[in-house]
Design a protein around this ligand. Sequence first.
Ligand code: SF4
Ligand code: FES
Length: 260
Amino acid sequence: MATNTIRIDGVEVSFEAGQTIMDAALAAGIYIPHLCHKPGLSPHGSCKLCTVDVNGRAVSACTMPASDGMEVANDTEDLKEVRKSITQMLFVEGNHLCPSCEKSGDCTLQAVAYHLDMLDGHYPQFYPRREVDASHPSLVIDRDRCIMCELCVRASREVDGKDVFAISGRGTGRQLIVNSPTGKLGDSDISMDDLAAHICPVGAILIRDHGYEVPIGRRTFDLHSVAETDLGEVKLFKTKHHDEADGEVDGEKEGGVYGL
Ligand code: SF4
Ligand code: FES
């Protein structure tokens, strides 16, 4: 059977029928910047960070099916500038004040900004004021850091078999909402075993009790650039409250890794 191949920046990459450019690139160890994509979840195509050039046309690598003979440009100065502008817009739309965020060093948005040599937000800050939800014993939602990637929405629906999160509203009024009688996370059926509790790539859904457990300077992206990190892995943390619910108050608080 003939092998299907595409070329990414001149490198020949094979792919299987049904795979996207992103699938083929990830399998070949080629990094295409992305935020709303996670292997194992349905493609979303919303952040546009994975924009690549195919025969002179800008397309999203995470949604565009690979087809034999395709010439893909990925690592170019022009695309880097496009991706930097997108990242700057994401930064100014929320309150991404990295030095005061617990996710600093583990945040994919921050890591992408470093990868793209982003030095400032460039655009005027929106400074949104969206509601913080601290109603859950083990999780807290800071909506001002949400980049609307819908990873938590899809993880809950497609992996956890629930429907805990959604994005609602338009324009600057768009925000993460919780499907519970009160709209509070504490009244939802989310569990700490759910992928949705751990998948947020920024500091919008945080695990309580794990504040600064790993010192700044020794976190994921402090040690490795985003381009050399397996973004398919999601770290799972057990929390004190989770252990209490299990009847293991003194049980170990070791987390694991969820590979999608
Ligand atoms: S809360 Fe996190 S995972 Fe969910 S949509 Fe916002 S940024 Fe994405
Ligand atoms: S990763 Fe492709 S649009 Fe977000």
